[in-house]
Structure formats: C-alpha cells, structure tokens
Design a protein around this ligand. Structure first.
Ligand code: CVU
Length: 543
C-alpha cells in the first residue's frame, strides 16, 4: 500500500541582513482600516532605521486591496503568512494598533530566528497596549524575543537597541528596578496578608468567566493547573446565558438602577443617532447586564466575575463597561434576587475583571479582600497602559481603560459622565464611565505567567492632577470617551516599565495616603506570596 504523503511546505530561504516584518491586527475590520495609516507610517520608519544599518526588510504579507489594510486579521491568516517566512529569518512584529496576539502566536511559537516586537510610542491608537499584550503572550509561552519602542524612530536609544538586535538577536534592558520580595519583617499587615491567603487556600474561591480568551489575549488565560494552586477555581459561563438573563430583567428594575445613578449625580451625553450617539435605550441594556451579572454571580456563588464582551456580545448588546464600572464600585444601585426578597452582595463592590482577564481576576479578588479587611475602600480596576509623556520634568503615564473605572476613582458618581463608546470598536454603543481619576496614592500590580509559574509585580505610584488643558490634550491624543488616570510611577522610568511589564493591563487601587498605601502593599504582597505566587517588587517600594 502506498499513501500520498503531504509534501512539506516550501518556504523561501533566509538571506543575510534581511528581516521579515509582520503586523498583527484586530478582528474588527473597522479598527484595522482606521489604524492602517498610522501603522504604515510606523513601518516606514522602522524600515528606514534598519536600512541605515544596511538591512533589508521584506513584508511577509501585502496590503489586501479588498480591505485596504495590511494587518493579519485572523489566526488562520497568520498561519498562512508564516508559510512564506523562512523559519530561521530575523522576524519583526510591528504594532501601532491594538492587536489580537493569537493571530501570530502560533507562527511565533515555532519560529527559529530572532524575534523583535516593536511599537510606536504614540497615543492615537493602542499600539503600546498591543505590544505589551503580545510580549506577555510570548513570555507566557516561554518564547525568547527582543522588544523596543520609539516616538519617532530616530532617537539614539532606539537606534542602539535596534543595532544590538541586528548584531546579537537580543536587546538588553535595564531591570535594576526589580527585586524579589524579601522575607518581610513581622507586622500586622504581613500577618493579615498571610491569614487571608491561608483562608483562601483552605476555603477556596470561584471566579466566573463569561467566555474565556477575550481579544486574543493569550496572556490573560490562566491555566487551571496554575490557578487552582492559589485557591481560585473557574466557573466557565457563557455570554449566551448572560444575554438570556438580561432578557428576564424588567424595565422597572433597570429604571430603578438608572434613577439611582442619576440621583447619585452621574450624567449621560445623549444624542439621537444610535449608530454614533448614545441613547437611553443603550443604557437600559447596560443596566440589565449589570443586574443579570449579579444574579448569575449569586446563582453560582461567585467571588468575582468577568465578561469578555468584545467578541460575540459586541454585535448583540451595548458595551459591558457601564455594568463593569458599577460592579467595581462600593457605592452602587442595589440589585435584588429575582423574587425581590434579597439584596445581592449588599453594601460592597463585586469584583469584576474586564475583558475576562484572569490576571486581573486574581488581583481584583486579592485586592478586594485585603483592602476590605483593612477598612479601606477596595474599589479597583485594570487600566490599559496606553501612552505617556513628560510633564513638568516628570514622566506622566496615560492609563486609560476602554470604558470603565469605579466611580470612586473619579471622586464620586457626580464626576462620572456617560459618553458613547466609539463605533470603531463598539458598533452597538453604550455609555462609558468617563472622567479623570482623582489625585492620590495608589498601589499598582499585575499578576502574570512567566517561567511557567504565576508571578505578581507590585509597585507604588501617585495619580496626579494635571492642568485642564493638559488633561484635555491627553484625552484628545487618545480616546476622549474613556476614563483617564495621570500616573507617576515611583522609581521606574518609562523604558524600565515598558521592558518589564508583562501585560497590556495594570491594576490600580487607591489608599487614603502614602503611609497606608505602603502598608496595604505589604499586606497584598504577603497574600500573593501566601498563595504561592512569586512576588516581585518594582521601583521604590518600602517594605
Ligand atoms: C477597544 C480596544 O480594543 C481596547 O479594548 C483595547 O485597547 C484594550 O482594552 C486592550 O486591553
């Protein structure tokens, strides 16, 4: 018997001083088309910088005349593109937009040549967010890569880094700001963190995930075999069930939640045209989602919940952000059981992890428990690490999540404005919780997978106030409909942060003052460590 054996795919041979370039994109064609001009300009800059070093760049996939953009827009397309790349060729992944990492991770996993990820340090599209998400995915996969970024690709730091990559396949970054958590001296905070960890390990907790794997964020999927050792288990839920539950919520119940928000001072910027403007009907669906999410959380005895939204639900109902920000707020409209007899999770925030990011789930749950036990307001949120620039001699980050923060971060519901989500990302609209995060002392963190284990980076920062014109400039330079925080990291430079951070998100929680923030950080670090998570202190941290 003879069988017809598949012939191995013929790939081109690599050539000296020649790199291939690919660009991972969004699944939403509106975002790919919108972001393409910025991507094309960035790629030209990168190619010019390599030409100065005597290198040639071959783009491994063309601009598609049908769509008008040159992004890899699905995992399948990624597989096809990789068939045209020599397995040992130097490979550049260039990103000026938010991208779905899984479009390219399959190809990158088996690529044998040196890999460089590069982004423009710019705010107009979430390219830095995309870069950080991709790097975190590669880190989780244990795949070596080099990474770099630049405002205009002409600065000496960028040029030196690029040269190093062409010569060695790596780029060395300064990691002197990171240290392992030392043995903590005994303190009430250490004891609290350890006791909370022991309780979690013994009694266990459940995070409810409405559809895992949002927007290609491989880094945000935590394998059960790693997660369960921390005491946390997943309840896998379907967004279809959430939608079905939303249909059961009455208008009167959603109206009551709306009236609560209005009484608390929230305002909404309404228009007429639902295709591009916010309508009361969109908000009604968002409030039904809020109520439905809490009812399902009650049904399953959840300790935290995450809604993916961005695939599936985005074509069905308005954005999840309003519901998410309300859930993460201690002060929120009451929600009752279906029979109206019991108020659900009364008097407390219910931790929600946006974009079903399971690193955020672990962090939100821990933060909620530590801050609550210390008598502090536990309201916490993820932010996209979006961009930043110097202001008045210090680097001020733009932390900006795509739609929601707890209202307390804005100083209260009276400072929260519902703006319509942009139609490029959110066709069905819905209100954001827009505003400017109040100045104050914060603890930042990120739980991530590296070296095959769960790790947590934990660091201190201040949210500062900037003049109104500067805030407005930063909002207009990014997405003005999204809430912004002006973040100054303690003892961490821009490039140290970019090189080290292994996620597109960072978790942020306030403390009333610096001393309390330092103490709460210790309790949080002790709890993470007690859960078996490797803790790293980043920047100036007092322990
Ligand atoms: C709408 C956009 O895709 C955003 O959702 C994206 O930038 C992220 O939030 C990624 O974390």
């Amino acid at each position: 018997m003879t069988y017809l054996l598949p012939a191995p795919t013929a790939r081109p041979a690599s050539a000296p001083k020649t790199a291939y370039l690919i660009a991972s994109g969004d699944l939403r064609e509106s975002a790919n088309v919108g972001g393409w001009p910025v991507q094309a300009a960035m790629e030209a800059d990168v190619i010019a910088a390599l030409a100065d070093l005597g290198w040639t760049v071959i783009r491994a996939h063309d601009v598609d005349p049908a769509t008008g953009h040159g992004f890899i827009s699905s995992q399948r397309m990624g597989l096809e593109v990789f068939k045209n790349i020599p397995t040992d060729a130097p490979l550049i992944v260039a990103e000026a937009v938010w991208q779905y990492s899984h479009h390219v991770l399959a190809g990158l996993r088996t690529h044998e040549g040196p890999i460089l990820t590069v982004a423009n340090f710019a705010g107009d599209w979430p390219g830095l967010v995309g870069l950080l998400g991709l790097n975190a995915g590669l880190t989780k996969m244990d795949k070596p890569y080099a990474t770099i970024w630049s405002v205009d690709f002409t600065d000496d730091w960028f040029k030196a880094g690029l040269k190093e990559w062409t010569e060695t396949g790596v780029i060395t970054h300064d990691a002197s700001h990171v240290r392992a958590l030392p043995t903590l001296p005994d303190s009430p905070e250490k004891q609290l963190g350890e006791a909370l960890a022991a309780q979690l390990l013994a009694d266990k907790a459940i995070i409810g995930v409405f559809d895992e794997g949002c927007m290609g964020m491989y880094n945000a999927i935590f394998d059960d075999e790693l997660l369960n050792h921390t005491g946390i288990y997943k309840e896998r839920l379907s967004q279809s069930a959430l939608y079905a539950e939303m249909l059961e919520v009455t208008d009167a119940e959603a109206d009551a939640a709306y009236d609560w928000l209005i009484d608390a001072g929230m305002t909404f910027v309404y228009g007429e045209d639902a295709a591009t403007e916010l309508t009361r009907e969109q908000v009604q669906w968002q409030l039904k989602m809020y109520i439905a999410a809490l009812r399902i959380s009650d049904d399953f005895g959840l300790d935290a919940v995450g809604i993916q939204y961005q695939q599936g639900l985005k074509d069905l109902v308005p954005a999840s952000d309003l519901a998410e920000g309300i859930l993460n707020s201690t002060e929120r409209p009451p929600v009752f059981s279906r029979d109206g007899q019991r108020e659900l999770f009364a008097g407390r925030a219910f931790p929600h992890f946006n974009e079903a990011d399971e690193g955020v789930a672990v962090d939100a749950l821990v933060t909620d428990r530590v801050w609550t036990a210390m008598g502090l307001v536990p309201d916490n949120t993820l932010h996209d690490v979006r961009w930043g620039e110097d202001y008045d001699g210090q680097f001020v980050w733009v932390y900006e999540i795509s739609g929601s923060v707890p209202a307390s971060h804005l100083g209260g519901w009276q400072n929260a404005q519902g703006w319509r989500q942009g139609h490029v990302f959110f066709p069905a609209g819905g209100a954001t919780i827009n505003g400017v995060s109040k100045p104050g002392e914060v603890v930042l963190s990120r739980v991530f997978i590296a070296d095959g284990i769960l790790q947590a980076d934990i660091f201190r920062a201040s949210v500062i106030e900037l003049p109104e014109e500067e805030t407005e400039r930063r909002k207009q330079a990014t997405n003005p409909e999204w809430p912004i925080a002006h973040v100054v990291l303690h003892g961490v430079s821009r490039d140290q942060f970019m090189a080290r951070h292994k996620a597109n998100h960072a978790q942020l929680v306030y403390a009333p003052d610096a001393e309390t923030a330092d103490k709460a950080l210790i309790a949080k670090a002790a709890m993470f460590a007690g859960m078996g998570i490797q803790v790293n202190l980043v920047g100036d941290v007092t322990v």
